[in-house]
Design a protein around this ligand. Structure first.
Ligand code: NAD
Ligand code: AHE
Ligand code: ZN
Length: 376
């Protein structure tokens, strides 16, 4: 079949909206008609050429929602007409990682996914001239239609609006999940969130849901103060306005108890800046602070700190997709949204057509959007 897609032909160049060929689903695969997709900073990271795993040409996008149009042989968990969210972190439930119960990082299709291919080692997308186009993060949601392995498809309730729940395909689950599944934040905790964008604001609402007491938001953009407060932030810090070092400033803010040792119980990096990741670790509490890296850093970037920071009991952790097990947890997070436990609507600041997708990335760069969503 033919479908329309925004194709990244070359790193650093705008996406080109054009017709492409899409082969139907093979055994174990699902054809999805996408209804909406969010624009995540990770799409921009790959488009820009900063992703060491980036392959071109590719159809980017990994934050979608849509309807099953057709299923390949042997598919049993979804059927045509089902409403679904594509998963860049699949859940096969049979690989050693899924069976370990210690991680959400299913390994069943990760090798071919990283090569921009379906599990059989081929691509379903091609140009009208027949040249292959790569898949991206196993999802390729910047297209009217896409094909995914069954293990990478979460079935969700049918009354949930596509232009909101697409955000659960990455940003909401990553931010809220980092708090609930990865950090396992307890009632009354103190927390610092670095970067109040599409991910950081979801960390903040996750902290509110978990019952954290003090939620400090840190961003270089003062316009993010009101955004953070909207979702539960209790204090805001702009590092550019802090005199002296940021870490002691934040440690001082979190001082409590008889010994007056400061530091937050939990800190989160949602910037992708390795200097920020170090600061986040170092302002977590001596003895038990957990610092969670969410941000994705460019090729070649490395993190560092004095080992003393870890010797004295701080834990440096990372999270992908918020530690969520896609087919199990994504339908639950859709329920949380529909029941009003978490908010999504105010964070969707811009609705776009596929033809306007490059403008959506401009808005992200300018710090004007929290989430831009393409509606098909
Ligand atoms: P975004 O562009 O919407 O937000 C980034 C925010 O960080 C902005 O508000 C910006 O002003 C702020 N910022 C930039 N530099 C800063 C600094 N030095 N100090 C404080 N604040 C600073 O991006 P996003 O969509 O929220 O994504 C955030 C990061 O998370 C990206 O690196 C993205 O690739 C990554 N990400 C990771 C996962 C995962 O599974 N681990 C999932 C989604 C996104
Ligand atoms: N390709 C990059 C890594 C990118 C990365 O870490 N991606 C996250 C999801 S970001 C969603 O917006 C992820 O899921 N990581 C786990 C995995 O298996 O990729 C690089 O640096 O090579
Ligand atoms: Zn993302």
């Amino acid at each position: 079949m033919r479908t329309r897609a925004a194709v990244a032909f070359e790193a650093g160049k705008p996406l080109e909206v054009t017709e492409v060929n899409l082969e139907g689903p093979k055994a174990g695969e699902v054809l999805i008609e996408l209804k909406a997709t969010g624009l995540c900073h990770t799409d921009e990271f790959t488009r820009s050429g900063a992703d060491p795993e980036g392959i071109f040409p590719a159809i980017l996008g990994h934050e979608g929602a849509g309807v099953v149009a057709e299923v390949g042989a042997g598919v049993t968990s979804v059927k045509p007409g089902d409403h679904v969210i594509p998963l860049y972190t699949p859940e096969c439930r049979t690989c050693p990682s899924c069976l370990s119960r210690k991680t959400n990082l299913c390994t069943s299709i990760r090798a071919t996914q990283g090569q921009g291919l379906m599990p059989d080692g081929t691509s379903r997308f091609s140009t009208l001239d027949g040249d292959p186009i790569h898949h991206y993060m196993g999802c390729s949601t910047f297209a009217n239609h896409t094909v995914l392995p069954e293990v990478a498809v979460a079935k969700v309730r049918e009354d949930a609006p596509f232009d909101k729940i697409c955000y659960i395909g990455c940003g909401v689950t990553t931010g809220v999940g980092a708090v609930i599944y990865t950090a396992k934040v307890e009632i009354g905790a103190t927390a610092i969130v670095f970067g109040l964008g599409g991910i950081g604001l979801n960390v903040i609402q996750g902290l509110r849901l978990a019952g954290a007491d003090m939620i400090i938001g840190v961003d270089v953009n003062n316009e993010k103060k009101a955004w953070g407060e909207r979702f539960g932030m209790t204090h805001f810090v702009n590092p550019k306005e802090v005199e002296g070092d940021l870490v002691p400033y934040l440690v001082n803010m979190t001082k409590r108890g008889a010994d007056q040792i400061g530091g937050a119980d939990y800190t989160f990096d949602a910037t992708g800046n390795v200097g920020v990741m170090r600061a986040a670790l170092e302002c977590s509490h001596r003895g038990w602070g957990k610092s969670i890296v969410i941000g994705v850093a460019p090729a070649g970037a490395e993190i560092s700190t004095r080992p003393f920071q870890l010797v004295t009991g701080r834990q440096w952790m990372g999270t992908a997709f918020g530690g969520a097990r896609g087919r199990t947890d994504v339908p639950k997070i859709v329920e949380w949204y529909m029941e009003g436990k978490i908010e999504i609507d105010p964070m969707i600041t811009h609705l776009l057509t596929l033809d306007e997708i490059n403008h959506g990335f401009d808005l992200m760069h300018e710090g004007k959007s929290v989430r831009g969503v393409v509606v098909y």
